[in-house]
Write a protein that binds this ligand. Structure first.
Ligand SMILES: Nc1ncnc2c1ncn2[C@@H]1O[C@H](COP(=O)(O)OP(=O)(O)O)[C@@H](O)[C@H]1O
Ligand SMILES: [Mg+2]
Length: 286
């Protein structure tokens, strides 16, 4: 392997992340809008964790802080035990509204993140091309976004994100706008990519089965200002296929998440269920 030609092998391996007591209040037209209230969560290197919470509770704000686009008012973020503030080289971020440029072909959309980092187009293509097949885009390299299905567009956006070779991948509701079948296909595909590349993944979703299918652990956030109201270890065996959705354990875990989402206050007062840690006032309760 020459130095100038990077290969996909450089994308292997994730990093541990710890979010510790991160808080954020926006100032809007002279008013304070408290959004995040001492959020703490963690993922070991190579773990897949999900964050679920009501709309507007601050999930995208948390990702913006991790990616260095917003600053936190309090708390800290650590990657592999070292404080990581501001724009950090550890995170690949796929924002919630991550549009492809309609005038750029698939290859050129996929290389965009690398080009923005200052890489020459030719070098960026050398990184992207070996991944085209894995991302199910063979034969579509020279198509424009309007020629692709919704699922393919998402795969191009994901390729653009992960080709940047960062150790922690932040995905903000990547499949929210897709129909059920396409979404399910992409969930299983993402799971297989994660198993191959061993990234650390943090996924924001509002889809409870999606969180359970993909994650090692799920963090449930309450209403704004959001704090973590439940941490659920997902002990379903891997590799997981659609068949696990029909199992009694899946239904049990789904019920825990739905109870917490519907009424975080009430869920906090109930006793610990299965592998869920119910959290009140920032402390583990059971
Ligand atoms: N830059 C900003 N300035 C002021 N308010 C913001 C800003 N970004 C987000 N907000 C507000 O913070 C709250 C949380 O937003 P967001 O993080 O996008 O929620 P979620 O992703 O959970 O739906 C919303 O009320 C939103 O209007
Ligand atoms: Mg959001």
């Amino acid at each position: 392997m020459t130095k100038s030609r990077a290969t996909p092998s450089q994308f292997h391996g994730g990093a541990a992340i710890e979010v510790i007591d991160v808080s954020k209040t926006f100032q809007r037209r002279g008013e304070h809008l408290a959004v995040l209230d001492r959020i703490s969560l963690e993922a070991a290197a190579g773990e897949f964790i999900s964050i679920i919470g009501p709309s507007g509770c601050g999930k995208s704000t948390l990702f913006n802080i991790l990616a260095g686009l917003e600053s936190a008012d309090g708390g800290k973020v650590e990657v592999n035990g070292a404080v990581a503030t501001g724009a950090s080289e550890h995170f690949a971020y796929k924002p919630q509204k991550d549009l492809l440029f309609p005038w750029r072909r698939v290859l050129d959309n996929a290389t965009l993140g690398l080009e923005v980092q200052g890489m020459k187009k030719k070098d960026a293509r050398q990184l992207v091309e070996p991944l085209i097949e894995k991302f199910g885009l063979t034969g579509f390299e020279h198509c424009y976004p309007y020629e692709l299905s919704g699922g393919m567009r998402q795969r191009v956006a994901l390729l653009r994100t992960v080709v940047q070779g960062r150790q922690i991948v932040l995905l903000d509701e990547p499949f929210g706008a897709l129909d059920y079948l396409t979404r399910t296909d992409l969930q299983l595909w993402l799971s297989s990519m994660w198993e191959q590349f061993h990234w650390t993944v943090v996924l924001v979703t509002h889809d409870v089965p999606e969180a359970l299918l993909l994650s090692d652990r799920v963090y449930v956030l309450g209403n704004r200002p959001a704090s973590v109201c439940c941490v659920l270890d997902v002990d379903l065996p891997r590799p997981r296929g659609l068949e696990c959705i029909g199992t009694p354990r899946f239904a049990e875990l789904e019920e825990v998440l739905l109870t917490n989402l519907r009424d975080p206050e009430r869920a906090n007062r109930s006793s610990s269920i299965g592998s869920a840690h119910l959290i009140g006032d920032g402390r583990v309760d059971g």
